[in-house]
Design a protein around this ligand. Structure first.
Ligand code: PLP
Length: 446
């Protein structure tokens, strides 16, 4: 019976389910691996084989799998009231309580929360919010957005345009009138003779130059992830975020910190902007770990300063006419509240500070291997970069598909890691034990 179910799912999936980010030219031959169950740090396939999930679902299952408490909170909310519109003056308790909790946790005066269904939408909302804000201030030419090459901000039209991963743009049209990219602050790829400080200053200067080139009166916002995720886990040089924020302040450009991956414990803090990088941005976007992936939810959290402007009666009668049927969905918000309650009660951030530091330290040992050129990231957001030559940092030929080969070999040994070209990403659940860390590192070494 189990084999029958497996075959049935496999065929339906192969023939009808259009997967995200998938190479359809090879999809039909190989089909999909069917995941059936999960608990703690591990997932199980349809044959009952267990794998340690080294990617936390997709950098999102922060509190781990199989949390009955979330199932109960969600079921309770569905029974009480599964949905009601929050347009205008209607609300539900979980939406209001979660907004207050996020305001409490977010840095500075980021006290206002707009909900959507994920990270892309949180970033799109930020753009609409920023444009509306400047329009209401009478600064109607302030529209341009600056982001970075290799930054990832999502897959809706606008979020993908802000994304700077060049590969993701191939074959598509993206918005080029409003969005401009500056280079990626990747310390590993800087010229050998350049100091980190000089490298940082050069990248910061590039932002200022871009603002001046476009004209400060035309630039609305700068989007940046605290640590770039899907672009290859790029930790910027020390001081980069503080210095880019200072440039933004100088020209009245709003700073959007995309914390879709970095928030909710991945770096050992509820939000990384201030606690890890010492900045209070104007807007934080988040999703993923907000519910630990148990249900879809995203949020755009913004400052009193922005709220004060958008909440005034507007001269042209404009309202912030933006929102989705599922903005503030009570069931997702109930999952988010319970998720944060669990994180606080179990001290997940402290655990990440401790075991995440061990993870970092142990992964760095792999730098001794002949093909590992760089090991980078922080805590439970890490990446291995494979190279053909560690001195010249020359890449291994793409045909060798080194990232995929490493991921396949790991999978056979019961560990899931994410291939990304010649890199492998590690973003496990945040409840890994030291023993789990040892298993991950030894499997990768093999
Ligand atoms: N921003 C960042 C930094 C992300 O890593 C992602 C997704 O991986 C997104 C935005 C988009 O989020 P979603 O896929 O939930 O729309």
């Amino acid at each position: 019976a189990a084999n029958f179910v497996k075959q049935e799912v496999w065929e339906k999936d192969r023939d009808h389910f259009v997967h995200p980010w998938t190479d359809f030219s090879t999809f039909k031959e190989s089909g999909s691996m069917v995941f059936q169950q999960a608990d703690g740090v591990s997932v199980q396939d349809a044959d009952g084989k267990r794998y340690l999930d080294g990617i936390g679902g997709l950098w999102c299952v922060n509190i781990g799998y199989g949390r009955d408490e979330i199932a109960e909170a969600v079921a309770e909310q569905i029974r009480a009231i599964p949905y009601f519109s929050t347009f205008g003056h209607h609300t539900t308790a979980p939406a209001a309580r979660l907004a207050a909790k996020l305001a409490e946790l977010a840095p500075g005066d980021l006290n206002h929360v707009f909900y959507g269904c994920g990270g892309s939408v949180a970033n799109d909302t930020a753009v609409r919010l920023i444009h509306f804000y400047f329009n209401q201030l009478g600064k109607t030419s302030k529209k341009q957005i600056i982001s970075r090459i290799d930054g990832y901000h999502g897959s809706t039209y606008m979020a993908m345009s802000i994304t700077g991963v060049q590969f993701d743009h191939i074959g598509f049209d993206v918005e080029r009138q409003l969005v401009h990219h500056i280079s990626c602050p990747n310390p590993y790829r800087r010229p050998e003779e350049q100091s980190l400080e000089a490298f940082c200053d050069e990248k910061v200067q590039e932002l200022e130059d871009k603002i001046l080139e476009l004209g400060p009166d035309n630039v609305a916002a700068f989007f940046a992830e605290p640590i770039m995720g899907a672009g290859g886990v790029i930790v910027p040089p020390p001081g980069y975020h503080q210095k880019t924020l200072a440039v933004c302040r100088k020209y009245d450009v709003l700073y959007v910190s995309d914390e879709v991956v970095t928030a909710f414990g991945r770096l050992g803090h509820m939000f990384a902007s201030e606690d890890e990088f010492g900045i209070v941005p104007d807007i934080i976007t988040c999703a993923k770990g907000l519910t630990s992936g148990y249900l879809p939810l995203g949020a755009t959290i913004f400052s009193d300063r922005i709220y004060d402007v958008i909440s005034k009666p507007q001269a042209d009668g404009a309202l912030f006419t933006h929102g989705f049927t599922y903005s503030g969905h009570p069931v997702s918000c109930a999952a988010g509240l319970k998720n944060i309650e669990i994180m606080e009660r179990e001290g997940i951030c402290d655990h990440v500070q401790d075991v995440g530091a061990y993870f970092e330290q142990r992964l760095h040992e792999l730098k001794a291997l002949p093909i590992i050129g760089d090991v980078r990231g922080r805590k439970f957001m890490m990446c291995l970069e494979s190279v053909a030559d560690k001195t010249t940092k020359e890449l291994i030929a793409p045909e060798a598909k080194i990232g995929n080969r490493i991921a396949d070999e790991c999978q056979q040994r019961g560990l899931i890691v994410r291939p990304l070209a010649h890199m492998n990403i590690l973003s496990p659940t945040l409840i890994l034990s030291r023993q789990d860390v040892d298993f991950v590192v030894e499997t990768l070494r093999e």
